[in-house]
Write a new protein. Structure first.
Length: 334
């Protein structure tokens, strides 16, 4: 893969990539490269073990946590949201289930409707972002969004649905969402460098998320200070590759649950893909992936068992990952 490494280096230089790229093939790491700055103001370079934001890739952690709770009997795929929400979020219909939420088929109104949002770097939160720390805190932004279509009718990507899943998991188990993710996913997978960090007090090994290719303005005022359900985890490429390995080894959830997760539950022709339960799926092939895009964050992590191939690109600026993602999609035949 020497020529691929050279192409990555050229693309990274030409496009201002800042972040980490890793390619594993047949059990071996073929490419592992870090570029740019984790902290531009102090010229602190990005390293292979730099913790980077993941945005919506966090949804996969939420899906795995939910399915682990289903295996434990704490939840069922048929559990209705209403049965645990009580008087909260009255706009969520009576028949919306955990499975509907996992598959983006709930029809609930979304607090961050991506079809109506402008640029990723716009200010989109309706409450001060420092007030959003726990799942219960998000009730303030989840409410007041009427149902868009009947549950199960069709697929429509929905951020709020995954925050609702975090709420349901907490209320059913009596354990906080972040702790549930740690117990159900991070520990079994050996993801020692993955955590829900506060964006306003990032530790030294975590990268700041920048809005643009150049400049010092970060995303700290654009995103919830701590993500819950639909985004916010920080991780490394190595940890994401551990996640894929542990998932397919049945170390997080049992093989039947993995199979269910990878089964298409919705068609997404506008994006030339399908969707399982918390995973994006190739429109015809065997590849599955995590994807995240937000102010100061862009990333993709792909696993294709037919090629014994896993690759990940994570960038700490809004559009930084996409040129390398496009390159790897082309060269590695996603």
């Amino acid at each position: 893969m020497r020529s691929l490494e050279q192409q990555i280096a050229t693309t990274a230089q030409d496009t201002g990539f800042s972040g980490v790229v890793q390619v594993d093939w047949r059990g071996n790491t073929e490419v592992a490269l870090a570029y740019g700055y984790a902290d531009r103001a102090f010229a602190i370079g990005t390293r292979l073990d730099t913790q980077l934001g993941t945005a919506s890739a966090t949804k996969t952690l939420t899906a795995l946590t939910t399915l682990a709770l289903v295996e434990q009997g704490v939840l069922a795929l048929s559990t209705t949201a209403r049965s645990l929400l009580g008087d909260d979020l009255p706009d969520v219909a009576e028949d919306v289930t955990v499975e509907h939420l996992l598959a983006h088929r709930s029809g609930i109104g979304d607090y961050l409707d991506e079809d109506t949002l402008g640029a990723a770097t716009d200010y989109v939160m309706t409450v001060p972002v420092h007030q959003l720390v726990t799942a219960e805190d998000y009730l303030r932004v989840l409410g007041g969004h009427p149902t868009v279509f009947p549950a199960g009718e069709r697929f429509a990507y929905n951020n709020g649905g995954y925050v609702v899943l975090a709420l349901l998991s907490e209320r059913a188990s009596g354990v906080g969402y972040h702790e549930l993710v740690r117990r159900c996913v991070l520990e079994p997978a050996g993801m020692v460098d993955t955590a829900f960090l506060r964006s306003d007090e990032l530790p030294g090994r975590a990268a700041r998320g920048y809005l643009d290719r150049e400049g010092l303005r970060t995303n700290v005022l654009h995103l919830p200070v701590v993500g819950v359900g639909d985004g916010g985890a920080y991780t490394t490429t190595a940890d994401l590759h551990r996640l894929w390995k542990a998932l397919h080894a049945g170390e997080i959830i049992a093989p039947p649950s993995v199979e269910l997760m990878l089964r298409p539950h919705g068609e997404w022709p506008e994006e030339s893909r399908r969707y399982g339960l918390g995973l994006h799926l190739h429109e015809t092939g065997t590849a599955a992936w995590l994807e995240g895009s937000d102010a100061g964050v862009s990333m993709t992590s792909v696993h294709d068992p037919s090629q014994e191939l896993t690759w990940t690109v994570i960038s700490n600026w809004t559009d930084g990952a996409w040129p390398l993602v496009n390159l790897l999609n082309e060269q590695l035949r996603l």
